[in-house]
Design a protein around this ligand. Sequence first.
Ligand SMILES: [Zn+2]
Length: 261
Amino acid sequence: MPELPEVEFAVRRFRRAARGQVVRALEVLHPAQRRTLPPQAVRRVIGQRIIDVERRGKHQLIHLDDGATLLVHFRLNGDWVHGRTSDALPEHTRVLFTLAGGRRVALTDSRALCTIVRHAAGRLPDLRLGPEPEDPRLTATDLRARLAARHGPIKPVLLDQSLLAGVGNIYAGEACWHARIHPAARASGLTAPRVARLLAGLRTTLADGHRNAGRYHRGERQIPFEVYDREGEPCTRCGARIRRIEQAGRGTWFCPRCQRT
Ligand SMILES: [Zn+2]
């Protein structure tokens, strides 16, 4: 699943290819994407210049010169595939942008769950996102204040996009390991030093992710995670066997010895 570093990587590549370019053609090839990007919206996008592309959480915002924004979400499996109009259409192409100079960007998604929605100027909805975990203005004191009303277990709390923008299942689990915090520890009960370790852990694991994001498509397991998908394997810190539990319907991996409630 694309997490924050993969989405950031995708945004940077799309921005390099498309910023300043006019959308020559836009084709929606699957009924699921036609529901969120119907023909009347497509007609308004064609001929517009792409002013900029930015990321907020796991959302991608493509800003057009009429003030409209295309809000893109990869969901479970989406990705941009860059190529030329002379290339064969990539497998599972759902939406196809044609740019100047024969360049083409395909939104591919084997499950067709990805979404693109056009919002007219001034109509972009509130995405209800908390601060970006890597924003240097975010301090451990701020994060602790944001956690004060959250009495649930910390790892599922970290997935709430209104707490922090863009933290996904893998990185939430990894951050808890780095911080030596048990994923079931009560969020509101974490002491100041533990919250500081948690924020540092999030940043460490996201920084590792950014270094490896380009490798995501060649298999997630190539990325050296500490606990994710390592059930039964030894903890790299203390040697105990990594365990897997379910929290809020999602898998959580952790070390039962060095991560404490
Ligand atoms: Zn351990």
